[in-house]
Design a protein around this ligand. Structure first.
Ligand SMILES: NC(=O)c1ccc[n+]([C@@H]2O[C@H](COP(=O)([O-])OP(=O)(O)OC[C@H]3O[C@@H](n4cnc5c(N)ncnc54)[C@H](OP(=O)(O)O)[C@@H]3O)[C@@H](O)[C@H]2O)c1
Length: 168
């Protein structure tokens, strides 16, 4: 079975983005993101791709868009379903077993029903934003691990990285 995961950082009030950017600077969380996604297949929405500005190195980058046809260094698909199907085929071919959805709001909402692993960075703040992570019923999820980090010169807020797997 394939693992389809979300890697997401969200505030206490579920904000994930503002003005097509992240609402915080959390250097340690970015390192965690890089470490978790490296050598994996990642899928993102067009706006997230534009906010990052380039394909992320050492990962297979899928971008979902109906307005962009081609990106050098990324595979562009015109629907989330096509991206997932293509990523699954690639997984089988390359002997990989995880597809990581990295955002943003559209992509997380589209794929939550087929997601079986969540790697959530819970950022300890209530903050204004314009993109939100969907409400999830954590009763359907089992916590596997959680690691706490404290606010410091590199990180705007305290945060906790929590890994959940879907209860079958
Ligand atoms: N905190 C986090 O962990 C995190 C992670 C990622 C992103 N973000 C933030 O989230 C924000 C961006 O998220 P967003 O929700 O605005 O946009 P998004 O999901 O990144 O991208 C939306 C775009 O993706 C394409 N798309 C999405 N679903 C589609 C579908 N089913 N079929 C075809 N195309 C589809 C469309 O592109 P076209 O218009 O080109 O057709 C759509 O406009 C930014 O603020 C970013 O910084 C936060």
């Amino acid at each position: 079975m394939f693992v389809i995961s979300h890697v997401v950082a969200l505030s206490n009030n579920n904000v994930i983005g503002v003005d097509n950017d992240l609402p915080w600077s959390l250097k340690t969380d970015l390192s965690h993101f890089k470490k978790y996604t490296t050598n994996k297949i990642i899928i993102m929405g067009r706006k997230t791709y534009e906010s990052i500005g380039k394909p992320l190195p050492n990962r297979v980058n899928y971008v979902v868009s109906q307005t962009i046809n081609e990106i050098e260094g990324a595979i562009v698909c015109n629907s989330t379903e096509n991206a997932i199907e293509s990523a699954k085929e690639l997984c089988s071919k390359e002997n990989l077993n995880e597809i990581v959805i990295i955002g943003g709001g559209y992509l997380f909402r589209d794929t939550l029903p087929i997601t079986n692993k969540l790697i959530i960075t819970r950022v300890d703040c209530n903050i204004d934003g314009d993109v939100f992570y969907p409400d999830i019923d954590l009763g359907n999820w089992k916590k596997l691990e959680s690691i706490k980090f404290l606010k410091d010169a590199d990180n705007d807020y305290d945060f906790e990285v929590i890994t959940y797997e879907k209860i079958k």
